[in-house]
Design a protein around this ligand. Structure first.
Ligand SMILES: [Ca+2]
Ligand SMILES: [Ca+2]
Ligand SMILES: [Ca+2]
Length: 216
C-alpha cells in the first residue's frame, strides 16, 4: 500500500483488509497490484454554503447545514463540496471512493427536527450560485451521510458518483449536503457545523474524498 496526500492513519489498517476482499486481482495478470490511497481535499476556493434566500459564500464563514429559523423563519442552509479529480491517473482502476466530512458542532436539534443528513451528487458548473441550492442535480440522495450528531468524521460511499463524473468528462466531483426538511419553522436554529476546504473552523478536520485505485 502506498499512500498519497493527507488522510487518517487508521484507514491504512482497514485498507489492507478491504482491498483484497474487493477482488481487485486478476488471475490473468501475474503482476502484483499495489492499491494507492489518494486523499483529495475539498477546493476551498469553490466549496461553501448557499441559503434558500439565495445568499451564498464560498470563502470562509459558517460552513454548515440546517435551518436558520432564528434569523428568518423558514431559512434553509446547505453545504457544498468540490473535489478536483486531476490527480487520479487516466485509466486507473478505482476500487473505492469515500466522502469524509467532519461534524464539528451543532445548534438546536437538527437530526430530530429535520431528518438524516443527505448527499446529492451535482454539477453546478464552475462556481456556486443561488440556483445550485436545489438545481443542477446529477444523482439525488445518493445516501445518508449521518443520522445523528457525533463529533467526528462521517463517511459515505460515493464511488458511483465519481465514476460517473470521470466517464462523462467532468474534472471535479461536487456534492451538496442537505436535510430532507429545509426548516421546522420553530423560530430556533437547527444546524450542524462542518468544516470546509479553507479550514474555516481552524480544526484541521478537512473534508476529503478518499480514492483507492490500482495503477493503470
Ligand atoms: Ca470555501
Ligand atoms: Ca453554478
Ligand atoms: Ca428550526
Amino acid at each position: 500500500m502506498r499512500r498519497s496526500g493527507a488522510g487518517p492513519i487508521s484507514m491504512l489498517v482497514v485498507l489492507g483488509f478491504l482491498v483484497p476482499v474487493g477482488g481487485c486481482g486478476s488471475a490473468t495478470n501475474p503482476r502484483q497490484e499495489v492499491p494507492i490511497l489518494l486523499a483529495i481535499e475539498s477546493d476551498g476556493a469553490r466549496d461553501g454554503f448557499v441559503r434558500s434566500d439565495g445568499f451564498l459564500r464560498v470563502v470562509g464563514s459558517g460552513p454548515g447545514v440546517g435551518d436558520l429559523d432564528d434569523a428568518r423563519l423558514g431559512l434553509g442552509l446547505r453545504m457544498f463540496y468540490s473535489f478536483p479529480l486531476r490527480e487520479i491517473p487516466a485509466g486507473a482502476q478505482i476500487t473505492s471512493v469515500a466522502l469524509r466530512v467532519y461534524q464539528e458542532d451543532r445548534s438546536g436539534r437538527p437530526y430530530a427536527n429535520l431528518g438524516d443528513l443527505l448527499v446529492d451528487h451535482i454539477d453546478p458548473g464552475d462556481a456556486l450560485d443561488p440556483a445550485d441550492y436545489e438545481g443542477n442535480t446529477l444523482d439525488a440522495d445518493v445516501g445518508s451521510l449521518s443520522q445523528a450528531f457525533v463529533r467526528g468524521y462521517t463517511i459515505l460511499d460515493v464511488q458511483s458518483c465519481v465514476r460517473r463524473d470521470m466517464a462523462e468528462g467532468r474534472t471535479r466531483s461536487w456534492f451538496r449536503l442537505r436535510f430532507p426538511r429545509d426548516s421546522n419553522l420553530d423560530g430556533e436554529n437547527d444546524i450542524i457545523i462542518l468544516n470546509d476546504g479553507e479550514n474555516s473552523r481552524r480544526s484541521n478536520n478537512l473534508p476529503v474524498l478518499e480514492v483507492i485505485y490500482l495503477r493503470p
